[in-house]
Design a protein around this ligand. Structure first.
Ligand code: MTE
Length: 318
């Protein structure tokens, strides 16, 4: 008995993940994007080397929590960093990365405020130096019925919440992305100019305190690329991806349930809770299955994205 390793739900069993032969085949993915193999490599090698050096200075890579996911095969890094939802830049996933040039992500103060004893304004690098950093591999399931498997670097959000000491009346926590009209072309794009910028999201306090909820500052052992939400984003793996707000600058403790960006744009399509649930279709498409982005393979979607063991208790009667 003593030798039985009980794996938490964020361990992704081999049978559920993309076979290596398939995920290594980027041609199919590129064909889906309408791009040829000549498009690779995506970034000039000098840029990649500079990014890697900057990451190393900040202590990356941090130790992966191998107790939970020793055999996981990941989505190809070049796909995770070139197929992005970040509407501040573009509605077109493949264009996002190309439009991030003017986005300044350092210095990056994060403000923690509202109903708490210790409000603070702290730069992300200082925060990283104070927090228990680790790497964890999670599934990311987008409401658009595609998914990825990503090695995030970050720390449990609960650790920051404990530092701020929310008051008893604080029942929700609201997050806001930077507000940068001059750096975000999406603000002036006629298709998205009317969106209620800056992007904002929220969680119940018990969801925010759940050990799975991370504030991520890196992927693939390096600092977050701009298109993935540099320098700090939320990761809530049992909820649809739009809850995982990018490039966070404000975290606020509040007493009543805040509105969220997508709920404001489409309350019937993107409700506050937004837990991954294959039995509840989006009004315009099924959520029963999902497409793995790099291979195009379709797999069954799991309730709470496979993390029910950790979060089902938060939703009694669901
Ligand atoms: N955060 C901001 N600020 N703006 C966005 O448009 N898109 C969300 C989420 N966080 C979004 C955001 C959506 S819809 C998804 S699926 C994930 O980011 C995508 O994260 P990724 O590009 O790292 O895969």
């Amino acid at each position: 008995m003593a030798n039985i390793i009980r794996r938490p739900a964020w361990f992704i069993p081999d049978r559920d993940i993309t076979p290596e032969s398939a995920y290594r085949n980027r041609r199919r993915f590129l064909a889906q994007l309408g791009l040829g193999a000549a498009f690779l490599p995506f970034l000039p090698s000098a840029t990649r080397a500079a990014d890697a050096a900057a990451s190393a200075r900040k202590g990356y890579p941090y130790t992966r929590n191998n107790a939970f996911n020793p055999a996981v095969r990941l989505t190809d890094e070049s796909v995770v960093t070139s197929y992005n939802n970040f509407y501040e830049f573009s509605l077109d996933k493949e264009s996002v990365r190309l439009l991030t040039g003017k986005f300044i992500t350092s210095p990056w103060p994060i403000e923690v405020k509202g109903l708490c004893d210790y409000p603070m304004k702290i730069d992300v690098d200082e925060l990283v130096s104070q927090m228990p950093m680790e790497e964890r591999v999670y599934r990311l399931r987008c409401v658009e019925a595609w998914s990825m498997v990503v090695p995030w670097t970050g720390f449990p959000l609960s650790k920051l919440i404990e530092k701020a000491k929310p008051k008893a009346e604080a029942k929700f926590i609201r997050f806001e992305t930077a507000n940068r009209p001059d750096q975000f072309p999406g603000y002036s794009n006629p298709r998205t100019a009317g969106y209620p910028w800056p992007y904002f999201e929220a969680l119940r306090m018990d969801e925010a305190m759940n050990p799975l909820t991370l504030l991520a500052t890196g992927i693939y052992g390096k600092t977050l690329p701009k298109q993935n939400g540099a320098p700090a984003r939320l990761v809530v793996p049992w909820k649809y991806g739009y809850k995982s707000i990018k490039s966070v600058v404000k975290i606020e403790f509040v007493a009543t349930q805040p509105k969220t960006f997508w709920e404001t744009l489409g309350p019937d399509e993107y409700p506050f809770e937004s837990n991954v649930n294959p039995r509840v279709p989006h009004p315009r498409w099924s959520q029963a299955t999902e497409r793995i982005v790099d291979t195009g393979d379709r797999i069954r979607t799991q309730l709470y994205n496979g993390y029910g063991e950790y979060v089902a208790k938060l939703y009694p009667g669901a």
